[in-house]
Design a protein around this ligand. Structure first.
Ligand SMILES: *[C@@H]1O[C@H](CO)[C@@H](O)[C@H](O)[C@H]1NC(C)=O
Ligand SMILES: *[C@@H]1O[C@H](CO)[C@@H](O)[C@H](O)[C@H]1NC(C)=O
Length: 171
């Protein structure tokens, strides 16, 4: 993956322990594009549940989607696939379109092939930049903590979207 850069090691001191232990954590920045397709014959995001009142809600409050979205290196959907975002998001806000995202971003190419990060947090989709917490990971991203900055690159009225992710993690 061309647009991954590693930066220097950080030293985390865990002072709460009765003795002082030093953990060496690496800081990694990963960038990719997320393709969420709700339309067509093979949508990557499917609605699996909604409340009786959801259809009347301007924010689709109570709707739940399960997704398996491709992650690519560039905004172009045909660019190299570098992973998949799998899990669910739910419309969980009444005053704006705000999703609770609970997703595993599994990398399938490049340096982090086989490793994953987990993001859980609120995504106010009409905000220019959304910050989402990285709460964990596997493989190279064991013990991951960090944040993702998400910016919508493109969307249509039906709800299909391409979102740029800029993720920074200590792991
Ligand atoms: C990623 O890892 C899997 C399992 O080790 C391997 O089969 C696959 O070829 C790798 N993909 C790339 C693009 O390196
Ligand atoms: C990605 O985030 C890092 C850290 O917040 C920042 O330094 C960098 O400029 C960002 N890159 C882009 C393309 O937004």
């Amino acid at each position: 993956m061309a647009n991954i850069s590693l930066s220097f090691s950080f030293i985390l001191l865990i002072a709460a322990l009765p003795w002082t232990r030093t953990l060496h954590a690496k800081k990694t920045n990963v960038q990719f594009y997320f393709h969420d397709t709700v339309t067509g014959k093979t949508p990557s995001a499917i609605k699996v549940a909604e409340a009786p009142t959801s259809a009347k809600s301007s924010t689709l409050f109570g709707v739940l989607f399960i997704i398996d979205d491709p992650l690519t290196e560039k905004p172009d959907p045909k660019s190299k696939e570098v992973g998949r975002a799998q899990g669910l998001y739910a419309s969980a806000a009444q005053q704006e379109v705000g999703l609770l995202m609970t997703l595993t971003y599994q990398f399938t190419a490049g340096e982090f092939n086989g490793s994953s990060i987990v993001i859980v947090g609120k995504n106010s989709v009409f905000h220019k930049v959304r910050e989402l917490p990285v709460v964990g990971g596997t493989g190279a991203f064991r013990f991951a903590r960090g944040y993702a900055l998400a910016r919508t690159y493109w969307f249509n009225a039906a709800g299909d979207a391409i979102v740029g992710y800029n993720v920074t993690v200590l792991h």
